[in-house]
Ligand binder design. Sequence first.
Ligand code: ATP
Length: 400
Amino acid sequence: MDATAASGPDGSASEGTAQEIRLEGVSKTYADGTVGVERLDLTFAAGELSVLVGPSGCGKTTTMKMINRVIEPTTGRILLGGEDVTRVDPDKLRRRMGYVIQNVGLFPHQTVRDNVATVPRLLGWDKRRTRARVDELLSTVGLDPAVHGKRYPAQLSGGQRQRAGVARALAADPAVLLMDEPFSAVDPVVRERLQAEFLRLQETVRKTIVFVTHDIEEAVRLGDRIAVMSTGGRVEQFAPPAELLGRPATPFVADFVGADRGLKRLAVTAIGPDDLERPPVVHVADGLADARASLQVHGARWAVVLDDDERLHGWLSADRAVGAGTVGSAARRMEAWVPADATLKTAFSTMLQHEAGWVAVLDGDVFLGVLTPESLHAALRRSVDGTAPETAGAAVPARS
Ligand SMILES: Nc1ncnc2c1ncn2[C@@H]1O[C@H](COP(=O)(O)OP(=O)(O)OP(=O)(O)O)[C@@H](O)[C@H]1O
């Protein structure tokens, strides 16, 4: 079916709903014989952020531009939400797809507000609806409509321009967002912030996103799935980050993700219940004699101390569990803790930051257990071996 046939008068049949993008046997050979990409079969799942990563010239941009038909495939089909879009009107198709590129491509002689309103205007939205949408989006991406809306792109910082670019791409609530190295023109600190904001935004909008980058760290941080491409436009592996880092399918992927993939993997591996150690637990109001007995029974050198409401208070070492008095009088406070949905990387850096020998894992206020350097290592090992209970490209909270 021709996708445009299903469109409303404003060409926005797909408004709001994320759609799957499927590439079937897609190749691109340029006029001079250069093979841009070769027989790609890829499915970008609806509502997922898929990253294309690989060395310069491997065909990432070619792949992305074929999706919105800026480049026409030589062979194959591209299906958007099940509809073959290789034959629909490219202009209409592009209005269903947000597009963000490096250096944004904002129109320099238009205000931020007018830039963001581009596609709604093309779709014939009335002024009031357009204005409301533009204001809403500017706020969503962290720009003040009253302040930044009337500025020109040159009057914004690099990070603000990038945010305006994302707002413009989202303006007509497209089914799909295509992003070609959108954060590479800003410095590393701003980039990290934009990445974090962008992940939060994706939590809300849940678009089908195809994201191109050179940077494997960025890919691991953002991607639900990552396609590693090699020269000649071949997909070496298309998998969730944890799987890619833990079980690279080819030597090329192993090389590309780098020798320190164990460390990168920490960033995408969630703490699992089996990773936790459970040291003896005592309470602030307990007597020290009872605490001593508990430590002896467990053969432990220290115990976790909880308050009357079962919240983490601190810890008690065996050498302080002497004499009379209460646990509260001898316990030391403990600041090193992480929420249960943190990643192993967060746990590790919390431990380093507090120079602690362990880190508590809490579910809300409730104490679940602790991670030690040994249990962290075991968790990482297990996850790299592929036997972790859950590693997760899938687990969104795991990407902190
Ligand atoms: N118009 C063109 N004519 C001929 N060859 C082209 C054309 N555009 C791209 N290519 C070639 O196709 C291959 C893939 O290019 P593409 O831009 O898709 O790579 P990329 O992975 O996005 O690279 P980069 O990371 O450097 O942006 C390269 O060999 C490139 O030189």
